[in-house]
Design a binder for this molecule. Structure first.
Ligand code: UD1
Ligand code: MG
Length: 451
């Protein structure tokens, strides 16, 4: 079956949405990735796989996201919203390329898995012309009902067009369909719009296939997998389902989580072996964590790679472009951005490191700030291997601290510091012996009894 070519068409033309948002529906995120990106990630990939995304006329942002998530995706525009079959036919040029299997999925159904796409294709290899993904709906209202006979699937009846008897059917159309790619256009071109909504229903493909003497069948899945997103509440439900899945996958892969229900993952979070994640950690997109690393409680990571045996947090924030080397340590209330921190380097407390490179084994004292922004441009800070930056130092970029150099605590460093040098920038300390005692005695004398 794997050598059959396939084309997946994802319908993402948007709709009168109840998300109460100016953002196109399929661009809302679940587990750090757009709904559309989830569907595209689940769609078959690799050699012999093509993907097409159908977008609405004003949805350049959706087209851009499709291209980002699946650079091989072809984009088609459905100029007018005239129904799901009409949307599929917007990608006619892709269908004409004649893949063995044609899959249709909705962009607002992000929980669909790649295994389900594979299961859906199987009956095609066995000679079925059409396979529909069905589920037992707790509340079938609004869904197309799957009408079966002894030969398989007979028809899909949309809610608005169903009889009372058909409305009692709880087996519903999830919206995902697989068609024999060589018969698909013959079937799709026969779909009309004589129904209560005056739309071209993709679901009519079933009855047409049967009229042509072809076999149509159903495979079933769990309702959780085919939840369509129309509201923010449904978006939050999908997030929960996805988080549960991602946590389970991480645990199955050997990640230690003390309180997995408090850890938020992204679809693309990557873990090595023997990683430990303490409670209340949030992983935004683009994070990888190396073998044996520990992410302590209340840390927030986005676009960061954490090296083997590194330690992050508690209360650390790793922003995009952070790369921690092996055994590096980022402690509490430390923020990093566009920062490469080499093996064994440490910034353990209250620090900002942005647009910087910290060499191996360097020690960044508490309260160190790389002053990377002058209000107009960002500038880089280079800190050499083995350097020691004393606490409460401001490193005003662009600036280079040589390897093995020392920075005296409290310095504002504006000029480069050579290797192995000491830089101290602060006023001389004055000490007056006995001053504090004399001060206290004088004040206490003034306070003497009024008697
Ligand atoms: C559809 C199915 C229904 C199924 C349900 C599952 C049809 C006719 N009905 O109904 O059987 O139970 O999904 O959720 O297929 N779209 C376009 N262009 C259009 C129309 C729709 O791109 O002209 C896209 C939408 O953006 C959406 C998807 O197709 O992603 C489904 O459209 P929607 O209007 O939500 O169909 P339902 O009425 O939910
Ligand atoms: Mg819908």
């Amino acid at each position: 079956m794997t050598d059959r070519t396939n084309l997946t068409i994802v319908l993402a033309a948007g709709e009168g949405t109840r998300m109460r948002s100016s953002r196109p529906k399929v661009l809302h995120p679940v587990a750090g990735q757009s709904l559309l990106a989830h569907v595209l990630a689940a769609a078959p990939g690799g050699a012999g796989s093509l993907v097409a995304v159908v977008v609405g006329p004003d949805h350049q942002a959706v087209a851009d996201e499709a291209a980002r998530a699946r650079p091989d995706a072809r984009i088609f525009v459905q100029q007018e919203r005239r129904g799901t079959a009409h949307a599929v036919l917007a990608a006619r040029a892709a269908i004409e390329s004649g893949a063995d299997d044609l899959l249709v999925a909705f962009g607002d159904t992000p929980l669909i898995s790649s295994q389900t796409f594979a299961r859906l294709r199987k009956p095609l290899a066995g000679g079925a012309a059409l396979v529909v993904l069905g589920f037992r709906a707790a509340d079938p209202t609004g869904y197309g009902r799957l009408v079966q006979d002894d030969k398989g699937l007979l028809a899909i009846r949309e809610q608005a067009d169903a009889s009372d008897e058909e409305r009692r059917i709880t087996l519903c159309n999830a919206g995902v369909m697989a068609l024999d790619g060589r018969r698909a256009l013959e079937i799709l071109d026969r779909i009309g719009h004589a129904n209560s909504k005056n739309e071209y229903y993709l679901t009519d493909a079933v009855a047409i296939a049967r009229d042509l003497g072809l076999r149509a069948t159903v495979i079933e899945t769990d309702e959780d997998e085919v939840r369509g997103i129309n509201t923010k509440a449904q978006l939050a439900e999908a997030e929960q389902v996805m988080q549960q899945r991602l946590r389970k996958a991480a645990l199955d892969a050997g990640v230690t989580m003390i309180a997995p229900e408090t850890v938020y993952l992204s679809g693309d979070t990557v873990f090595g072996k023997d990683v430990t994640i303490e409670p209340f950690v949030v992983f935004g997109p683009g994070v990888s964590v190396g073998d044996g690393a520990v992410i302590h409680a209340f840390s927030h990571l986005t676009g960061a790679s954490v090296g083997a045996r590194a330690s992050v947090g508690p209360y650390a924030r790793l922003r995009p472009g952070t790369s921690l080397g092996e055994g590096a340590r980022i402690g509490n209330f430390v923020e990093t951005k566009a920062a490469t921190i080499d093996a064994g380097a440490k910034a353990n407390h209250l620090t900002y490191i942005g647009d910087a490179h910290v060499g191996a084994g360097a020690n960044i004292g508490a309260g160190t700030i790389t002053c990377n922004y002058d209000g107009f441009d960002k500038h880089r800070t280079e800190i050499g291997a083995g350097a020691f930056v004393g606490s409460n130092s401001s490193l005003v970029a662009p600036v280079t601290i040589g390897s093995g150099a020392y920075i005296g605590s409290g310095s504002v460093v504006t000029r480069d510091v050579p290797d192995d040098a000491l830089a101290v920038e602060r006023s001389q300390q004055t000490v007056r012996d006995g001053w504090a005692k004399r001060f206290r005695d004088a004040r206490l004398a003034r306070r003497k009894p009024k008697a």
